[in-house]
Ligand binder design. Structure first.
Ligand SMILES: Nc1ncnc2c1ncn2[C@@H]1O[C@H](COP(=O)(O)OP(=O)(O)O)[C@@H](O)[C@H]1O
Ligand SMILES: [Mg+2]
Length: 230
């Protein structure tokens, strides 16, 4: 599903070069749920943004479904991202003047899907994330946890091959954090969705079966944990 091969990345700003990732190698199978754990500044967001095709690596390869995304031109990559990749942000990134349902429909609007079909898909996913009663509300009328549920529904509406989440519970209290991780685990199991979840919290990482750990831009551990089996 996903393969990262000898991936390195440096940022260059006005002649100053900052190396951030060093020869990262790992792969993720379809239906896996992986936590990418590391302290602040270890390179997690950089790695996630590279894997999601939001920027190009300095060297190395990123294959999604066998296709090397690092060689794609901007148009092809934008289309690939729209159809194959879901993204969940720490800060939800919902559009305030659109309803919950319209926010979830938005990626389908960009795909040119007919209104009735996209509405049905959005409503059905919102029910799956526990927001069946909130579809016509606006984001500001929801709690943080509920807003993150909307953003989870939005990330899934295009039926992507893989979903990346960058600190999805970073703005939430402990109880809500647990509920959101429970939801991601349930979606992973019931819909067979592949998730890569970035976190700096061991408590979050422990809930997934597999944890890949970064330290100073290097992969220092890739382990399958027993996890909490329920
Ligand atoms: N655009 C950039 N230009 C220069 N350095 C950057 C840029 N983005 C991130 N960095 C640096 O790369 C390192 C890793 O950042 P990041 O991937 O955001 O880490 P994390 O998500 O693990 O906190 C940090 O030292 C950060 O300062
Ligand atoms: Mg980060």
């Amino acid at each position: 599903m996903l393969a990262v091969e000898k991936l390195s990345h440096s940022f260059s700003n006005g002649g100053e070069i900052t190396p951030v990732l060093h020869h990262i190698d790992f792969s993720v199978d379809k239906g896996e749920m992986v936590a990418l754990l590391g302290s602040s500044g270890s390179g997690k967001s950089t790695l996630l943004n590279l894997m999601a095709g939001l920027m190009k690596p300095t060297s190395g390869r990123i294959l999604i479904g066998g296709i090397g995304i690092e060689t794609m031109n901007e148009n092809r990559l934008a289309e690939f991202r729209r159809s194959q990749i879901g993204f969940i942000f720490q800060s939800y990134e919902l559009i305030p003047h659109l309803t919950v349902r319209e926010n979830v429909e938005l990626p389908l609007v960009f795909q040119g899907m007919k209104a009735k079909l996209r509405r049905d898909k959005a409503v059905s996913l919102l029910a799956k994330v526990g927001l069946g009663e909130k579809t016509e509300m606006f984001p500001s009328q929801l709690s943080g946890g509920q807003q993150q549920r909307v953003s989870i529904a939005r990330s899934l509406v295009t039926e992507p091959a893989i979903v990346f989440a960058d600190e999805p519970t970073g703005n939430l209290d402990t109880k809500t954090e647990k509920e959101i991780i429970d939801l991601l685990i349930e979606l992973n199991r019931t819909l067979d969705i592949t998730f890569v979840i970035v976190t700096h919290e061991l408590e979050v990482a422990k809930r997934t079966r597999r944890v890949i750990q970064l330290r100073d831009g290097r992969l220092v551990e890739d382990a399958v944990w027993a996890g909490e089996d329920d």
